[in-house]
Design a protein around this ligand. Structure first.
Ligand code: AMP
Ligand code: ZN
Ligand code: ZN
Length: 465
């Protein structure tokens, strides 16, 4: 099992130099009860008793609604705002590369594409990582406008680090800028329900989805789909108009086994079967004419090899480089006085490595202009890995698959497929950018989109009038 996690000493302003890693940082996030400050055991016992009774009542109320796993567990879902007129369910499939549906014969997805709309490729945002991409899909904004510039970030104003495995950072609304689609829905009196999506655990613009879940990668995929169906079975006054679901199965297999492995094909087929199940259940339950289904992914995959590694310590003193992340792109926060020397040491160091100072990042990457933009960013060619020789060198370390490269790389492209009453039938477009998805999803349920970076002229090509 490979991983690019590093523990390197460096600039004290970036407290711990650890690249976030899906394998190490998988978390089970509990819904934590309010802490009692009481030291008096009797008083504490009474409070526990009250809590148990209270929790029991809440569980009974929620069980009747089929919502026991929801973090919004007050039991009091206010009655409707507006009449339920239909919904869009968006399934986010981590790591589903653009060519997997055809290459792995994913019949459910291909069926949806044939009966609805499909983009030959979804162009992700840079860096081609999970958090920036899922949050750009949700907001229609590029990373330098969402503040989610990477899975791992440093904010000089907060003097704090963000890691996707750090539950308190992930739930802290100050990191998340822009307006995600669930906030747009709630603002316009439609309910949103999210079974995992980066950003959905934080309060953004004073709002949260009506229903959301604390991230727990161990929840079976089937349960996520079942919960979506339970949400749709709520009385119409409480029923969500927007449901987002997230699945990491393909990403897990892609990292471990590589994009061309039979295990990755099996993971993609498992998710495809779920897509098929959701679609047929929607039809069986009479939602065929009211619910849209959107399948989207955050990035693709490249195969890695131990023959394609750039070692930073061959060119620069890693102690002064201020390494924040390594792997398929590199972010460096050296001390201000060391930025030039680190940059010049790396600039032409390796033919497979492009190195940018914050000031000369290509505008097409949409990474510059935020205070979280790293002073130095380096990007290897697809299939390459950037590491250091002092990192643990296990034989399998650079096998399997990876992503994070320049979003111009064909391997990094994802999928966009949609079907339902709001969508045209039999439409195929060459490509769609991740930032274009927000306009499509908001319009599919009659919402007015917030200002965003997407191209609104695509909407009438894909949606019915
Ligand atoms: P990446 O390697 O960039 O594709 O990251 C994939 C990993 O992100 C998954 O395996 C999960 O561990 C993690 N992840 C995805 N969504 C969330 C979330 N909402 N909260 C915390 N971690 C997440
Ligand atoms: Zn991902
Ligand atoms: Zn991944």
């Amino acid at each position: 099992m490979q991983c690019d996690c590093l523990q390197v000493a460096g600039d004290p302003r970036v407290p711990e130099y650890t690249q976030s890693c899906s394998i190490h940082h998988r978390q089970i996030a509990p819904v934590s009860p309010k802490r009692s400050n009481s030291k008096n055991p009797r008083q504490f016992g009474t409070r526990i008793g009250a809590l148990v009774v209270g929790a029991g009542i809440v569980v009974i109320v929620l069980a009747t609604l089929g919502l026991t796993a929801c973090s919004r567990s007050t039991g009091s879902i206010p009655e409707d705002q507006t009449e339920w007129k239909g919904a869009t369910v968006m399934m986010g499939i981590d790591g589903m590369r653009w060519d997997f549906p055809k290459a792995f014969a994913l019949h459910s997805m291909s069926g949806i594409a044939d009966g609805g709309v499909r983009a030959e490729a979804l162009i992700p945002v840079f860096p081609t990582k999970t958090f920036p991409n899922f949050y750009s899909l949700a907001t229609g904004l590029f990373p330098n406008h969402t503040g989610i510039l990477d899975n791992t970030m440093y904010d000089p104003m907060f003097d704090a680090r963000f890691r996707m495995g750090d539950t308190s950072a992930v739930r802290d609304g100050r990191w998340w800028e822009g307006e995600p689609v669930w906030v747009t829905a709630e603002k316009q009196n439609k309910r949103a329900a999210v079974y995992f999506w980066p950003g959905s655990e934080a309060e953004i613009s004073g709002r949260r989805p009506t229903f959301s879940m604390p991230y727990d990668g161990s929840v079976p995929n089937d349960e996520r789909v079942e919960q979506a169906l339970r949400w749709l079975s709520l009385p119409s006054g409480q029923r969500p108009s927007l449901i987002l679901l997230y699945f990491s199965t393909v990403d897990d297999a892609g990292h471990r086994h590589g994009p061309d492995a039979p295990e990755t094909a099996a993971a993609a087929r498992e998710i495809d079967a779920l897509v098929g199940k959701l679609r047929s259940q929607l039809t069986r339950r009479g939602f065929g004419h009211t619910v849209n289904l959107v399948i989207v992914s955050d990035h693709g995959f490249s195969a890695r090899s131990s023959d394609r590694v750039v070692y930073l310590d061959d060119f620069v003193d890693v102690n002064s480089a201020g390494i924040l992340s390594l792997g398929q792109h590199v972010t460096l926060w050296p001390k201000p006085e060391a930025v030039d020397s680190v940059y010049f040491a790396l600039a032409n160091a390796h033919p497979e490595l492009k190195v940018y100072k914050r000031e000369n990042l290509p505008p097409r990457l949409h990474l510059a202009g935020h205070r979280r933009t790293p002073p130095i960013v380096a990007v290897p060619s697809a299939g390459w890995t950037v590491s250091t020789r002092r990192t643990d060198q296990r034989p399998q370390q650079f096998s399997g698959g990876a992503h994070g490269y320049d979003n111009i790389e064909p391997d990094m492209r994802g999928v966009f497929i949609a079907v339902g009453p709001a969508f045209r039938t039999g439409v195929r477009i060459d490509s769609l950018r991740a930032v274009d998805v927000y306009n499509i999803v908001t319009r599919s349920i009659g919402l007015e989109p917030a200002p965003n970076d997407g191209d609104a002229s695509i909407v009438p090509r894909l949606l019915m009038n």
